[in-house]
Design a protein around this ligand. Structure first.
Ligand code: UDX
Length: 436
């Protein structure tokens, strides 16, 4: 099929390259000329495993020609289905900011006014229930001066892609959710996904757009709350000197619980969990329901960084008083340079507020760090960061931290508080786990 993807962020670019790999003709539309140029040169504009290979395979001088990029919305006119993959950031109060989606839908609608045959528009961005039906569809109707269900159809297809494994997650989905409010749109989205469903043997959930939107929030809210629950249990384990990881391994054997997302520690960050949980809480509250469990999940997540710092303070007689603390890890999780909502941010701010000075090291995220934290000294290696330090905290579970050993001997005061259970404990330095 001929597809257009509006937005070349991490979702749009990944999805465009994966659709091309499934055999579709894809054009990626973005206002950023540098991104468009990168794709047309056959190079990946973002750091994502497996993406450079796919973009080189389908775009650029040696590609199949199935993937192109442009800044011109008119490219949509040569396609049958358009996916809206634009960002849906947060307002200051935690609610969803749909303004970028609204602007994109307006431009898409104005473009579709020029099209005489049927077109299907699919919302892929994460939007609160009702947004597609009540906001995006009316904008498309107004801007194109046509009627949904007659000139065009609208669907909603949430993504469940993790940063770092997005290509693999796309090509091997646990499920494919197809939401549509009319049969013709649903048939089009099916045609887009049928090659993937056949290849991956993935279950397909067919539903309306509102439910599809909610499935995305429910998925992320459930996983975030699952981590908060294991962190709560982990904090209890710590009180009893019990290893929360041994407990998690055992409860994970119960099929009803499952073994994934049971790693307790300093909490969840990233571009999705914090934003999506806040947005669905805010949308529910607007409609008169305050979700106590999700609010508690957020509350606990905000407390874990402070607990990590408390544990280090206990080893320093409660006083940081100019102590130089090493922060190992800045990215919100390993395998990415993304620091959005990383737990490193509250950890560093708390250490500084309590009188500590911070030296940090991360294998890839240090260039991004000054956008999030101030007054941090950046070291070239974990060894350099630890040398002479009065204490260390581990915030990201990078593999290279697991290999650290004699580097701890060079600390002035060898105390390590591990927020991710990645450090090998041994005699010679004081090791403190957050929930074990
Ligand atoms: C998440 C969802 O997993 C994905 O389906 C969705 O579409 C986008 O949001 P992502 O943000 O890339 O993906 O990261 P993920 O691997 O889910 O981790 C999120 C956070 O939870 C990280 O900060 C991670 O360190 C933390 N985490 C994860 C834990 O603390 N414990 C765990 O057991 C798992």
């Amino acid at each position: 099929m001929r597809l257009s993807i509006i937005g070349s962020g991490y979702v749009g670019t990944t999805v465009a390259a994966c659709f091309a790999d499934l055999g579709h003709e894809v054009v990626n539309v973005d206002i950023d000329e540098e991104i468009v140029e990168a794709i047309n040169d056959g190079t990946a504009p973002i750091h994502e495993e497996g993406l450079p290979e796919l973009i080189a395979k389908h775009a650029g001088p040696n590609g199949t020609g199935r993937l192109k990029a442009t800044t011109d919305y008119a490219a949509v006119l040569d396609t049958e289905v358009t996916f809206l993959c634009l960002p849906t950031p947060q307002n200051d109060d935690g609610s969803i900011d749909l303004s970028i989606m609204e602007a994109g839908a307006t431009q898409l609608g104005e473009t579709l006014a020029e099209k005489s045959d049927w077109h299907t528009v699919v919302v892929k961005s994460t939007v609160v229930p009702g947004s597609t039906e009540d906001t995006i569809t009316p904008i498309l109707e107004d801007a194109s001066d046509t009627t949904a269900g007659e000139a065009f159809g609208v669907g909603m297809n949430p993504e469940f892609l993790r940063e770092g494994t997005a290509v693999n997650d796309f090509l091997n989905p646990d499920k494919v959710v197809l939401g549509a409010d009319d049969d013709r749109a649903l048939a089009d989205i099916h045609d887009v996904f049928d090659p993937l469903v056949a290849q991956a043997d993935a279950p397909v959930v067919e539903t309306d757009t509102r439910t599809a939107e909610m499935i995305k929030y429910a998925n992320n809210a459930f996983l975030a709350a699952k981590i908060s629950l294991i962190n709560d249990i982990g904090n209890i384990c710590k009180q009893f000197d019990i290893d929360a990881y041994e407990v998690a391994d055992a409860i994970g054997l119960d099929d009803r619980i499952g073994e994934q997302f049971l790693r307790s520690g300093v909490g969840w960050g990233g571009s999705c969990f914090p934003k999506d949980v806040s947005a669905i809480i805010s949308a529910a509250e607007e409609r008169g329901y305050e979700p106590p469990v999700l609010n508690a999940a957020v509350d606990l997540n905000e407390r874990q960084p402070g607990r990590l710092v408390d544990l280090l303070a206990e080893h320093l007689d409660g006083e940081f008083d100019g102590a130089r603390v090493t922060v190992l890890g800045l990215a919100f999780k390993p395998g990415t340079d993304d620091m959005r909502n990383s737990r490193a941010i509250p950890v560093i701010r708390d250490l500084q507020k309590r009188g500590g000075t911070v030296t940090a090291y991360d294998p890839v995220a240090m260039d991004n760090a000054p956008d999030y934290v101030d007054d941090v000294t950046y070291a070239d290696s974990a060894a350099a960061a630890l040398d002479g330090a009065d204490g260390a905290v581990v915030v990201t579970d990078w593999d290279e931290f697991a290999a650290l050993d004699e580097e701890f001997d060079a600390m002035a005061n060898p105390i390590v508080v591990d927020g991710r259970r990645i450090i090998e404990r041994r005699d010679g330095f004081t090791y403190e786990g957050l929930t074990w």
